[in-house]
Write a protein that binds this ligand. Sequence first.
Ligand SMILES: NC(=O)c1ccc[n+]([C@@H]2O[C@H](COP(=O)([O-])OP(=O)(O)OC[C@H]3O[C@@H](n4cnc5c(N)ncnc54)[C@H](O)[C@@H]3O)[C@@H](O)[C@H]2O)c1
Length: 342
Amino acid sequence: MKSTNYTINQKTINCLFGVSVNEINAFASKENSIIITDEILYSLHATKWEGCRIIQIPSGEQHKIQSTVDHIINQLLNWQVNKDNFIIGIGGGVVTDIAGYVASVYKRGIKLGLVPTTILGMTDAAIGGKNGVNVALVKNMVGTIYQPDFILFDFSFLKTLPEQEWISGFAEIIKHACIKDEAMLTLLEHHTLEEFQNNDNMISDLIEKNVDIKFSIVAADEKENADRRLLNFGHTIGHAVENLCELPHGNAVSIGIIAACHLSEKINGFLSSDTKRIADLLNKYHLPTSIDVNHKKVFELLQSDKKREGASIHFVLLNKIGDAATKLLDINMVENNLKEIL
Ligand SMILES: NC(=O)c1ccc[n+]([C@@H]2O[C@H](COP(=O)([O-])OP(=O)(O)OC[C@H]3O[C@@H](n4cnc5c(N)ncnc54)[C@H](O)[C@@H]3O)[C@@H](O)[C@H]2O)c1
């Protein structure tokens, strides 16, 4: 086991790597804890947290909504849960976003532990304190920023993670490498997804590296006024094609990363050989780098992006691999520059 403390706005978050969720009693007593998980995780792993009070929610993004939160809060009230109790979210980003939101609003904030169980959850969603639910078709429209007391990384959950969830999670890992860590990009080039899936030490080291990258960005800018925006690399075009083509999130981000690389070439002097290097890496990890999509519709969607400011949009570009910056760009100019590839 390895324990690392991170501090965000004076709150210390204890990250426990390589700890079995069976041992959660050492961090939050079973009598005092209420576990929130989804039905898939429950059916696969419930024996790991016997003896706890459990609230199961349906699996899937379509259940990341206020009525699920209301259902959980009613159960907490029935059990007379108070501020000394822990909410523990065990699951992918949907569960940890909901658990974080509930913990932040129930009695104006109770203790929170997170146990991410997907690659995306371990490297991204469980870190940084953002939480929330979707409203109508708008993702993460309502939520808070609320840091957990601890995050426990039990890598044994990954044994049951479906292949597509591995692939999607690696899009965010490659994103981190592009914006902050060329050495990690080189490491990924030297290995394959299958090697990471079959080697516990390799995957735990890689996850720790990504946790470190995300925490260092969030610690400098919890409220997303500056550097935290870099985490949106690949997500502007990514979200548009995700909505239009109903792609898995990671596949859409992968296409968005390549679009952002092309724009970086045009505007920032980013090397085309580095765009090719990143595209080859994404393909190596089974991620797509192009798509047949209605160009006009992509840019119509960009007009309603929350990063838009008048006729411009905040867009994350690369100067070189491992070095990114946000620029306010005219949307028509972005559209003209991406005509050849979208
Ligand atoms: N808060 C943040 O900073 C942040 C950052 C990125 C993404 N997110 C959010 O995260 C969500 C996506 O998270 P996700 O990709 O983890 O998806 P998810 O939570 O929907 O999980 C994907 C699927 O995998 C299943 N699953 C989870 N762990 C499993 C395991 N170990 N074995 C077998 N099945 C398992 C789930 O039941 C679900 O069906 C989105 O709602 C997104 O908005 C939040």
